[in-house]
Design a binder for this molecule. Structure first.
Ligand SMILES: Cc1ncc(COP(=O)(O)O)c(C=O)c1O
Length: 422
């Protein structure tokens, strides 16, 4: 099958791939094996970066580096413009109402820790936080820590064997004691796209705020936080083709206003006396200390890059790739593919009857194919399905149908290699 997709701005898929320097380099494998082309199928862990993003970070450090908000000099103003400019780009990207509803963090994990520590600080014994059994550890452990500290109780929407939420239990699980709901939008294990619209609607009917973990959805689905009406939305820049070390917590103004600071230090204060302090306005109340301005420069550029290709065009291409991958992978002998059959994201976890997922990942690596193997930071979900480890291939718009065919060919080869006992 040829790869002839053209994105909205007229760029072909092969031209888009040229924007990603890492895809142009041969991979040096261990053990004296000749260098091979990289087939990167681990975007759910972190996305590759286009040159435009790398250039923006480089430009920041070579020409714009300065601390933000404090300096009166030209460079300081320029750095502040870069930093706050990205905030506006993100506001527009997720259609938040106000720029000050966008808080910069390190990543999704820090966004959720901020929320649990700050919003959750008023929880008390008897209060219930509703999560799901499929959450990534980063939307589970912060709430466990909170539960230990405040005595609140954690409850969970169960998952079935397809890696889908049993939403028929939602009405029972939401009670007058529920004070918060946190749910992932897209599963990093099963590729399930959760019906967050329903969850938000039911929670709001009881005046319960909802956090959406958008780590896996924000790079692959158009997000409109106003249309979703979620109260908080967390995501990571590095999964959105931006640099590592910058993430976002969106929160509705009314909630962020009412929340105490997460960390204390410079920039988050209005005035400081030896005996006490008052806080800066939103969003800086939650951004203590020198932020990751270089990261913001790169993330802003990543959003520009996505907008240039058009997100709609990216989603259409990824939908086509996902359907193709689902069809091919589900046809492989001795493979168990996890997750829903129908509408799903481009995250495919699988096990093979004859070999351990780690052996599968290592075998594929010899051919330059990067997939992940392990528990995918979702041990409770794995335990529920009675699987200790899965291999996982995950897609992005820089992947091609040929790469999926190559993956399938090498999964088959791995099966033969191991079942022949060589
Ligand atoms: C659904 C989900 N939530 C949260 C995270 C944590 O992201 P980060 O490590 O960037 O904080 C991940 C990472 O894979 C994820 O897939």
């Amino acid at each position: 099958m040829n790869d002839n997709w053209v994105f909205h701005n007229g760029k072909s898929i092969s031209r888009v791939r040229e924007d990603f320097p890492i895809l142009q380099h041969k991979l040096n494998l261990k053990g004296g094996i000749a260098p091979v082309d990289l087939v990167y199928l681990d975007t759910a862990a972190t996305a590759q970066k286009p040159l435009q993003v790398i250039d923006a970070v480089n430009r920041y450090y070579t020409r714009q580096n300065s601390n933000v908000h404090r300096a009166l000099h030209t460079l300081g103003e320029e750095a502040t413009a870069v930093y706050e400019g990205t905030r506006e780009k993100i506001r527009s990207f997720i259609n938040a109402l106000h720029r000050h509803e966008i808080v910069f963090t390190k990543n999704t994990t820090e966004s959720i820790n901020l929320l649990a520590s700050s919003y959750g600080s008023s929880f008390k014994p008897g209060d219930e936080v509703l999560l799901t059994e499929m959450e990534h550890h980063s939307n589970l452990v912060p709430w466990q820590l909170l539960s230990e500290k405040t005595g609140c109780t954690l409850k969970f929407i169960p998952i079935d064997q397809n890696g889908e939420l049993e939403l028929d239990q939602l009405d029972q699980l939401l009670t007058e004691r529920t004070v918060f709901v946190g749910v992932m939008h897209v599963s990093n294990v099963f590729g399930t796209i959760n019906n967050i619209e329903l969850i938000i609607k039911k929670a709001h009917a009881l005046n319960i705020p909802v956090l959406i973990d958008g780590a896996q959805s924000s790079p692959h689905m158009q997000i409109d936080v106003q249309a979703l009406d979620c109260d908080f939305f967390a995501f990571s820049g590095h999964k959105l083709y931006g640099p590592m070390g910058i993430g976002v917590l969106y929160g509705k103004e009314e909630y962020l206003e009412s929340m105490p600071p997460f960390m204390g230090g410079g920039d988050m204060i209005r005035s400081v006396k030896l005996t006490g302090s008052t806080w800066n306005e939103l969003p800086w109340k939650f951004e203590a200390g020198t932020p990751n301005v270089g990261g913001a420069a790169g993330l802003g550029s990543a959003i520009d890059y996505i907008n240039e290709l058009s997100f709609e065009s990216i989603c259409n291409y990824e939908d086509m790739l996902t359907e193709y991958a689902g069809k091919l992978l589900s046809g492989i002998k001795n493979i168990k593919l996890y997750g829903p059959d129908g509408d799903r994201a481009g995250v495919f976890s699988f096990t093979h009857d004859d070999l351990h997922p780690h052996d599968m990942a290592q075998f594929l690596d010899r051919f330059g194919i990067a997939v992940r193997a392990g528990h995918h930071c979702a041990q409770p979900a794995m335990r529920k399905l009675k699987v200790s480890s899965m291999a996982r291939a995950s897609l992005a718009f820089y992947n091609t149908r040929s790469e999926i065919e190559y993956l399938v060919e090498k999964i088959n080869a791995a099966g033969e290699y191991f079942s022949n006992g060589i």
